[in-house]
Design a protein around this ligand. Structure first.
Ligand SMILES: [Fe+2]
Ligand SMILES: [Fe+2]
Length: 209
């Protein structure tokens, strides 16, 4: 059976390309060459995984006037049309991507994803936007709308307040004409093409010519 042969050949090939250690302390240079090659390919596909995950937010309204994907697109579109740079716009696009798995801490999920690719300020905005966004609704839920005040005096306080005021809290308009996810795709790929801030940054650098 050809299909069975193909599967057997594929399995044998995959096994050949795998490291041999059972504990990491037994690892060899050869093992890590194999893992390193796989890592490079995997890292390159990060924007594709992000796009797939963003699509999970489509149709997820949670009671809001627009779904979470539209809110993300609208936040990014507003930032883009206001002349923000690509790192900022990509942060705006991804700022709520953690809603699916980070139900109780979604800003930190997005902040972790973008951290290797953006400035400290843009990372900080993303990480803390939840507290700043609360200024617009926490009081309706019996919470302190001024919880952001605990950050008053921080060098990025005003930038985070501005993100929420101009783009995030403003991005729930069902009649707004947002750009599509496809529009932001090239930007996402450019921003994520190379990490600027990661302990794995050396491993992700292209081989020297
Ligand atoms: Fe958020
Ligand atoms: Fe948001």
């Amino acid at each position: 059976m050809d299909a069975e042969k193909d599967i057997a050949a594929e399995t044998a090939h995959a096994a050949m390309e795998r490291a041999k250690f059972r504990e990491m302390k037994e690892g060899t240079q050869e093992d890590w060459a194999k893992i390193g090659a796989e890592y490079m390919a995997f890292a390159k596909d990060l924007p594709d995984r992000i796009l797939t995950h963003l699509k999970l937010l489509e149709g997820d309204f949670g009671g809001f006037p627009v779904c979470r994907l539209e809110h993300s697109l609208q936040t990014a579109t507003r930032a883009h049309r206001d002349g923000r740079g690509e790192q900022y716009v990509v942060m705006a696009l991804l700022h709520d991507i953690g809603d699916t798995l980070g139900t109780y801490n979604h800003p930190e999920v997005a902040a972790s994803i973008i951290k290797p690719f953006v400035s400290d300020e843009i990372h900080w905005i993303c990480q803390n936007h939840g507290a700043f966004q609360g200024y617009y609704y926490f009081h309706f839920l019996g919470m302190d709308k001024d919880i952001r005040e605990r950050f008053r005096g921080h060098e990025h306080f005003d930038a985070c307040a501005e993100f929420c005021e101009k783009y995030d809290q403003a991005a729930f308009d069902p009649d707004y004409e947002s750009e599509s996810l496809e529009f932001f795709e090239p930007m996402l790929r450019r921003v994520m093409a190379r990490p600027i801030n990661s302990m794995y940054v050396k491993a992700a650098e292209p081989e020297a010519a």
